[in-house]
Design a protein around this ligand. Sequence first.
Ligand code: IMP
Ligand code: MG
Length: 186
Amino acid sequence: METQSHFPYSFIERVIISEADIEARVKDLADTISADYLDSERLLLLGLLRGSVVFITDLMRKIRRPITMDFMSVSSYNKSESSGFVRIDADHKTNIRGWDVILIDDIVDTGYTIRTVQKLLLDREPRSLKVCVLLDKPERHKVDIAIDYLGFSIPDYFVVGYGLDYEEKGRNLPYIAAIDLNKGGG
Ligand code: IMP
Ligand code: MG
């Protein structure tokens, strides 16, 4: 007889970052950002769809500065092999020239996504460009990138929750959980 998992998805192994820990860390990041951009009149939070949505909506409500928000959608040509080719599926609408831009994503794995988008944005001449991500897997980096605002460093687990997905599942979980792919996709 199979026991019912207390997680809503059967592939979840265990929680690695609790809802309370995420909330506290997001508050810290927002406080730091609020202090760093005191002189900024045009601050744009630019999120990468779809993984950053939960993070950016929590973060923005804790930033005590005027901000605007925009999104881009990007994907890797060959996800499984981390080919390093990143395709822009939908571009942001804001003309970022002269803006202070914070590029926001859910997680850095190889670093190709952030590096590619960073290069593209710099060509558009923002006043400044920084990177803010909730999670980083430093063991997996294939390129050098600087993360200005980081939530948590984690080991090389595949994780879901708080916006992150496994094959589009798990984004609604309020915590970050490691998954066990042998447990199937339910
Ligand atoms: P990178 O270009 O290799 O750094 O990949 C970053 C992107 O891969 C993230 O924006 C996520 O969409 C996805 N990704 C990498 N690791 C994970 C994970 O553990 N869970 C969910 N998505 C991940
Ligand atoms: Mg992503």
